[in-house]
Design a protein around this ligand. Structure first.
Ligand code: ZN
Length: 373
């Protein structure tokens, strides 16, 4: 019977070294397979735009007066984060979003690009998407605004709104929620909604419509009669207006459908706007709504505590807020260069204590080396 085998396989040498060969194959197989992700299965990345320590103190004081507390104040880990950009002690939201999303400093007004205006940076959202995560973005301002854009777009200027919005298509991310788009139909260009439809994004203008959608990629924006720039401030909302907790819950529902892991960035964008305009009541309304959105994620965490990480951080401070015996004061209508708080709960939360730079959040979530493409 052995006579029918090819001569090579019939040799005593092969028989003697068969187990060695198997071992070499085993080593080759594992050294060629991509490394398994070491990060949590469910990642929530909350960004309170402009939510510095002064506004946090104000929010806590206001909540305490009402016998309440901000939910993330109960998180087991708190840290402090430096926010300067590559070219300024005071960052803008675009450079801050780039630092948070890509783990690298850039110049103010730039999104997802190095200061040389050439090198494109790889955001955490794309890294995990390439590893099979579903990815979602939600904000209380427009979807093409600086903070969410830092997680899916590359642009030398944050104000190239149409060019930024078009990069939703190349991102392939599964869920986007926000007020609308700032420049959806520039002259001589294909309307953004046509491009989204062509690329299998279902665009809904109500929660029900989005829930019913069978599409794998969904976008929800306010109806056309509403302001595409922002949700109404929380304290002026009527019952038809979207809230940050609502779209957070909607995003969780959509991103959970497939059973795959997910990464979900949620921005409280109007905290920054209320602070720019030095509006204390509006500011507290936005802080509270941000806290309620985090509570939605916390409820999810309670179901999957061993698989979920929630990080809540500010991109920078706005308004130069301080508290005196008379209450809140604003010292500017701009951003300041103050350090900002970060809160963490869940898998790997312990890595977020102490004082560190905003570029390190990327590494702390991924726990892997930086790379560019
Ligand atoms: Zn701002």
């Amino acid at each position: 019977m052995n006579d029918k085998l090819p001569p090579m396989l019939n040799t005593p040498f092969f028989m003697r070294n068969f187990s060695l060969l198997l071992f070499v194959c085993f080593l080759l197989f594992f050294s060629c397979s991509p490394p398994q992700p070491t990060h949590p299965k469910y990642i929530f990345f909350f960004i309170g735009d402009g939510f510095g320590v002064g506004a946090l103190t104000y929010g806590e004081n206001m909540a305490r007066e009402k016998g309440d507390t901000l939910c993330f104040s109960q998180f087991p880990v708190t840290g402090l984060v430096t926010t300067h950009s590559a070219n300024n002690l005071v960052t803008c939201s675009a450079a801050a979003a780039t630092a948070l999303a890509c783990g690298m400093k850039t110049n103010n007004y730039m999104l997802g690009m190095a200061p040389d205006s050439v090198q494109m940076l790889l955001p955490i959202s794309k890294i995990v998407h390439n590893q099979g995560y579903q990815v979602g973005m939600a904000t209380s301002v427009s979807i093409d605004h600086a903070t969410p854009a830092g997680f899916y777009a590359h642009s030398v200027s944050r104000t190239n709104y149409y060019q930024v919005a078009k990069q939703i298509l190349t991102s392939g991310f599964e869920f986007f929620a926000g007020a609308g788009f700032l420049n959806p139909e520039p002259k001589d260009s294909i309307p953004i909604f046509t491009l989204l439809n062509k690329n299998n994004y279902a665009v809904a203008t109500s929660i029900e419509q989005c829930l019913k959608s069978k599409s794998l990629k969904n976008i929800i924006i306010q109806p056309p009669q509403k302001d595409a720039k922002q949700f109404p401030y929380a304290i002026y909302k009527d019952r038809n207006d979207f809230t940050l907790p609502q779209i957070t819950q909607l995003g969780i529902t959509k991103l959970s459908l497939s059973g795959k892991p997910f990464f979900f960035m949620i921005e409280g964008g109007l905290i920054d706007w209320a602070a720019h305009d030095n509006l204390p009541k509006e500011l507290y309304g936005e802080i509270k709504e941000f806290s309620e959105a985090i509570k939605v994620a916390w409820n999810f965490y309670n179901k999957y505590p061993k698989e979920t990480l929630i990080v809540a951080v500010a991109d920078h401070e706005t308004g130069g807020v301080y508290i005196s015996s008379e209450g809140i004061h604003f010292t500017t209508d701009q951003h300041s260069g103050n350090i900002v708080p970060v809160f963490a709960l869940g898998v790997g939360a312990e890595n977020f204590s102490g004082l560190f730079d905003n570029t390190q959040i990327w590494t702390k979530i991924l726990k892997q080396k930086k790379c560019n493409f």
